[in-house]
Design a binder for this molecule. Sequence first.
Ligand SMILES: NC(=O)c1ccc[n+]([C@@H]2O[C@H](COP(=O)([O-])OP(=O)(O)OC[C@H]3O[C@@H](n4cnc5c(N)ncnc54)[C@H](O)[C@@H]3O)[C@@H](O)[C@H]2O)c1
Length: 293
Amino acid sequence: MAFEIKRIGIIGAGQMGNGIAHVCALAGYDVVLNDISPDRIRAGLATINGNMVRQVAKGLYDEDEKQRALSRISGADSYTGLDDADLVIEAAVEKEEVKRRIFSEVCPHLKPEAILATNTSSISITRLASTTDRPERFIGIHFMNPVPLMQLVELVRGIATEDETFDSSKEFVTRIGKTYAVSEDFPAFMVNRILLPMINEAIYTLYEGVGSVDAIDTAMRLGANHPMGPLQLADFIGLDTCLSIMQVLHEGLADSKYRPCPLLVKYVEAGWLGRKTQRGFYDYRGEKPVPTR
Ligand SMILES: NC(=O)c1ccc[n+]([C@@H]2O[C@H](COP(=O)([O-])OP(=O)(O)OC[C@H]3O[C@@H](n4cnc5c(N)ncnc54)[C@H](O)[C@@H]3O)[C@@H](O)[C@H]2O)c1
């Protein structure tokens, strides 16, 4: 038995939150997009508009459909805007204390029957659920980046997640045209458990001087047939997010093979977080990305 979802609240209007809003609005859901400031919400809405303009130019849908989708999205800089949402998806930064604070502040505003989901890349769903007033209506709905392009969504039940929450989430993922893969609640789930150690190893390869940024990315594109190199992908994901995931793997699985590369730590400490700050393993401030090492 699934619960009917009509209105969706999204917490965090960054690269994942605005992508989730984008696909939900195109699928006909009403969407409320929340972030810590009106500026961040405006930036998120501008990104959605720009991405939809590109999709219209590619002939994926027409201008009318784009306008209808955009009109379904509204911004809210406080949690009161989420009080009539049926499903709220948290897509704020990958820091457990931030997510815990968000859940404790948002829960009193939600309808008792609302489903609360997190887009966390790595943190335990069971542990996050226990900080809410509704562990049975809490679930991991893990989108891939960039959301409008990527087909997969991982669904992760916590120990208390009830069947109705799980069934409603499956129905939601199907309605937005994505495919789900069900993962058990283990650190970093499936995709990132496999992908991030590869990225971390690419950073070690750079750190140890085995190859340059360009050589490593070229090697993996042409030698392993990956659509983009691991360092380019790391910049795309966000180096802070990469580091958080490696820390969760390292602590959660207590295995030294997941030790984050010191060079990744250094880049994050420098504030070189990848594309979102214009600098990571590549410098994006000029016309073309330039390798930083
Ligand atoms: N980047 C990826 O490739 C990727 C892929 C899948 C999942 N995720 C997960 O999605 C989440 C968001 O990642 P992102 O890449 O969009 O990060 P991001 O830095 O682009 O965006 C995060 C947004 O959250 C906002 N935020 C912070 N605290 C908030 C609060 N208290 N209330 C409301 N908004 C708040 C920030 O202002 C920012 O706009 C993380 O949990 C991340 O692990 C990321």
